[in-house]
Design a protein around this ligand. Structure first.
Ligand SMILES: [Zn+2]
Length: 354
């Protein structure tokens, strides 16, 4: 995620703080420590700090259990609306996902349970502010634990629901159902946030849940449809290449003639770049006699025939490019485009529904 700062590393997992969270905390501290300092402001700052620690512990417990099942955690991101543990892949077994999902809210309930005796013992011997602080800390933890257990996929409770469903039906269908329920609950959450609690955070969470549900369902669907498919199965083997010295006009002609929007640029059998219609359409009229080498992309992203198509698709999306040259031992053997992958997806979809 953009705009986040790495603050520390636990169990080898980088923990990142999103800039919006940092700003919010700074504002709260600034108010608390300003001249008009009141004990209530100070208590709020302490409480926010404690809640911050709680959110970190919640995410760490998801990550700890996930790592025990061999799932790699890329990072933990802390946002004002909660934390996200980014997993490299999903655990294979639904019962593992269930345990990973439950570990987070469990931490909140355990913290609330541990804090309660302090509230009872210290309740009368400390100032009203401190007593209120402990009380509120317990309340926040119970709330966080319960809220995360709402069955709004991809929140923790939604993951529990998906795991429960996946034990009873296939994984895609389970994800689809959980995502549909997640999206409906997100709409409800937004309505409640706007009209009842007037709470912008709740609305933000609702938007996150809605988009997250949709995105995770798509990823699961696409990955399962593309499973077992390799680049060699869908790539175009007879690749038309262009020469770096060819003029923009000539290459544009080739593009219209062959109706492909991108070509590898090669010189003496060596791949030196890739040129797309997008690159050339921006070249002004009076510069179209120049060679294409001045407009091509030289930083080359490539794939190989044995790579999983799902992985190649992720590469294309991540780098926002439309096609990748396919290389074997440094030699160009084909080209694969996003259109090729979309066609393959359509065919797999048709096959799956037959
Ligand atoms: Zn969680």
């Amino acid at each position: 995620m953009k705009y986040s700062l790495k603050i520390f590393k636990v169990f080898g997992i980088p923990v990142e703080l999103h800039i919006s969270f940092l700003l919010l905390m700074l504002v709260i501290y600034a108010v608390a420590l300003s001249n008009s300092v009141t004990s209530v402001n100070l208590a709020t700052a302490v409480l926010i700090t404690l809640v911050f620690v709680t959110v970190v512990l919640h995410e760490l417990s998801h990550s700890y259990v996930a790592q025990r099942y061999g799932v790699v955690i890329k990072r933990i991101i802390l946002l004002p609306i909660g934390g996200i543990s980014e997993m490299e892949e999903l655990p294979k077994d639904p019962s593992q996902e269930l345990r990973i999902a439950l570990a987070g809210p469990l931490v909140n309930f355990v913290i609330a349970g541990i804090s309660y005796p302090f509230f009872l013992i210290l309740g009368n011997s400390v100032s009203a502010d401190v007593s209120f602080l402990i009380y509120y800390f317990i309340f926040v933890n119970l709330l966080l634990g319960a809220f995360n257990l709402l069955p709004a996929f991809p929140m923790d409770g939604g993951r529990v629901l998906r795991a429960f469903l996946a034990e009873r039906m296939n994984f895609i269908r389970a994800t689809e159902l959980a995502a549909t329920i997640g999206k409906q609950l997100a709409i409800l959450m937004a309505i409640v946030g706007i009209f009842i609690f007037l709470n912008p955070f709740l609305v933000l969470i609702a938007i996150f849940v809605y988009m997250g549900a949709e995105q995770e369902y798509r990823t699961v669907l696409v990955n399962s449809l593309l499973a077992g498919l390799h680049v060699r199965d869908i790539m175009t083997s007879e690749v038309k290449t262009v020469n770096p010295k060819d003029s923009v006009t000539d290459v544009l002609k080739i593009m219209f003639q062959y109706k492909h929007m991108g070509y590898p640029v090669s010189q003496d059998e060596d791949l030196v770049g890739i040129i797309t219609f997008h690159d050339l359409s921006r070249v002004p009229e009076d510069e179209r006699n120049l060679p294409v080498e001045g407009f091509m992309t030289r930083k080359l992203l490539v794939t190989d025939p044995e790579e999983d198509v799902a992985l190649t698709l992720e590469k294309l999306n991540r780098n926002k490019v439309g096609r990748l040259p396919v290389l074997t031992e440094g030699k160009l053997v084909g080209i694969v485009s996003k259109t090729d992958i979309m066609k393959a997806l359509d065919m797999m979809k048709t096959r799956a529904s037959e």
